[in-house]
Write a protein that binds this ligand. Structure first.
Ligand code: URA
Length: 205
């Protein structure tokens, strides 16, 4: 895999990506957003219509719900988490990204993980959970469970769009976020301070 030394180099290369057919239909590459020092990384599936137009992950109705749940456990994309997707370009009609599209895109995510060096990854929905945790994961059964992968803890929870379709799953999702908060507190992850979400001018990291 090509390795990028800085966020700026990685983002510049990613924004020009033409590694799979999804580049044909995109308005914008949705690289990721949040704090580049975050200890907690959230990974969704792929951009929808609003994300494709605005260039930022989870900005539609699902994103508003996600922000609300995050705020309830004192997490904030501007302050102490990073959010990315499995694929950086919108799949047509919001279909699941194909295995070959995920494969073509995965090095961007691997580089994001390398630069961020998170301690916890939260997979939002089954696409990310199946690719990153285990192929046979059932999010409805194994949500909120922490899996240890090397130095990383990984957890799956419901995708915000699934919560909009099935509001009866919201309490279970909320429990997952409470468990996440407990884990952060128990690990004494230093996420309370406000990090700059963009590198300070003159630096590249
Ligand atoms: N769904 C996702 O998985 N990611 C987004 O960025 C938006 C919707």
């Amino acid at each position: 895999m090509p390795v990028f030394a800085t966020w700026n180099e990685l983002e510049t290369a990613c924004l020009a990506c033409r590694k799979c057919g999804l580049c044909e239909g995109r308005h914008q590459v949705v690289f990721g957003t949040g704090c580049r020092d975050a200890k907690v990384l959230f990974i969704g599936e792929g951009p929808g219509e609003n994300e494709d137009l605005q260039g930022e992950p989870f900005v539609g109705r699902g994103g508003m719900l996600l922000d609300k749940i995050l705020a309830a456990v004192d997490l904030d994309r501007k302050k102490n988490i990073y959010i990315a997707n499995m694929v950086k370009c919108r799949p047509p009609k919001n279909r699941d990204p194909l295995p070959e599209e995920q494969e073509a895109c995965i090095d961007w995510l691997r580089n994001q993980v390398k630069l961020l060096n998170p301690q916890i990854i939260v997979c939002l929905g089954r696409v990310a959970a199946m690719k990153l945790i285990k192929p046979d994961i059932r999010v409805t059964k194994e949500h909120g469970v922490f899996f240890k992968k090397g130095n990383l803890l990984m957890m799956a929870t419901f995708h915000p769009a699934a919560l909009l379709r099935n509001p009866n799953q919201k309490p279970a999702a909320f429990e997952d976020f409470l468990k996440l908060r407990e884990k952060i507190d128990r690990m004494q992850l230093d996420i309370a301070k406000e990090y700059p979400s963009e590198p300070a001018s003159g630096t590249d990291a």
